[in-house]
Design a protein around this ligand. Structure first.
Ligand SMILES: Nc1ncnc2c1ncn2[C@@H]1O[C@H](COP(=O)(O)OP(=O)(O)O)[C@@H](O)[C@H]1O
Ligand SMILES: [Mg+2]
Length: 290
């Protein structure tokens, strides 16, 4: 954290906040429940400023609470955000019915990506170009030739789509634990790492959510993965081939990070989703094309 304790105390003072419950630590942040002077529950989110979360404040401002947590205040010096308090005990991952959970994500995504990205956001076009530059150097590190082929296919999908990278405001990390129950709405998104781009690039975190239970456990990984992908793209009204191509772009992004972290194998879930999505990206020429 770049926020020191005295700085946190100073912010509590400046914004007239009282602590109101135990701190939660997320993947890359500390979240402290607080009460504002007027009694409103809120949380302070301290995080290490990074390239990925630099868009969070302008993104939350642009969404203005529509389908997403409200930004109440922000300290530009430390990156600390004061956010509307939601129910941390009720993430969307606690909804047992997977179709229902997926529909909630689809409904939120539809609202989030309806907003054009404000100026200054990092752009999918630049991210795609950088991924394509890094791919040739990364692929040889993978041991399995099938994984090398998959990553190259992901890159060719990105290369084909990169000329039309889109201009929507994307969340980038909308998995089931980044959706919390709210009071003014049943469910709201938290924790965006926004960018400007095509909505198809925003589906992967939901598709990866609850992978073992909702996909692997069915015994038909391809069928279950495609059923979820189809539910999501249908609800969002997306072109399936484009959405599959951009989701292959997320698999490419993850693969590049894995290789750059020194790994020589992809995550099995990544491979299985990639293989399934090839059916939507390049449907078989013959057969019924499921
Ligand atoms: N607005 C909020 N209201 C209540 N709890 C929150 C809120 N935002 C975050 N939290 C809690 O803090 C955790 C981490 O916050 P999150 O924004 O997801 O950051 P990270 O990047 O660390 O995942 C969440 O999983 C949730 O338990
Ligand atoms: Mg989170």
């Amino acid at each position: 954290m770049t926020t020191s304790l005295p700085e946190a105390a100073d912010l509590m003072d400046r914004w007239a906040l009282r602590p109101d419950g135990p701190v939660r630590s997320g993947m890359a942040s500390l979240v402290l429940p607080v009460t504002r002077a007027d009694g409103t529950p809120a949380v302070l989110k301290f995080q290490q400023p990074s390239e990925d979360n630099a868009g969070a404040v302008p993104g939350l401002r642009a969404w203005n609470g529509d389908g997403v947590v409200r930004l109440l205040d922000h300290d530009p010096d430390t990156g600390t955000m004061l956010l509307e308090r939601l129910d941390a005990a009720r993430p969307l991952s606690s909804v047992a019915d997977d179709d229902e959970a997926m529909r909630v994500v689809a409904g939120l995504l539809a609202r989030l990506v309806a907003v054009p990205a404000p100026a200054g956001m990092r752009r999918l076009g630049d991210i795609a170009a950088a991924m394509l530059d890094r791919t040739p150097g990364a692929v040889p590190a993978l041991r399995d030739p099938a994984e090398r082929r998959l990553v190259r296919t992901c890159a060719s999908a990105v290369a084909e789509l990169a000329g039309e990278p889109g201009d929507r405001l994307l969340h980038w990390d909308l998995h089931y634990d980044n959706v919390l129950a709210g009071r003014r709405e049943p469910w709201l998104a938290i924790d965006p790492e926004p960018l400007a781009g095509d909505p198809g690039f925003d589906l992967w975190p939901a598709l990866d959510s609850r992978w073992e239970e909702a996909v692997v456990a069915t015994g038909d990984v391809t069928g279950a993965a495609l059923r979820r992908f189809d539910l999501l793209t249908e609800a969002l009204g997306l072109d399936r081939r484009r959405a599959a191509g951009w989701t292959l772009g997320r698999i490419l992004q993850n693969a590049l990070w894995d290789v750059e972290d020194g790994r020589t194998e992809l995550e099995p879930a990544q491979v299985a989703l990639g293989v399934a999505l090839l059916r939507r990206w390049a449907p078989p020429l013959s057969g019924r094309g499921r």
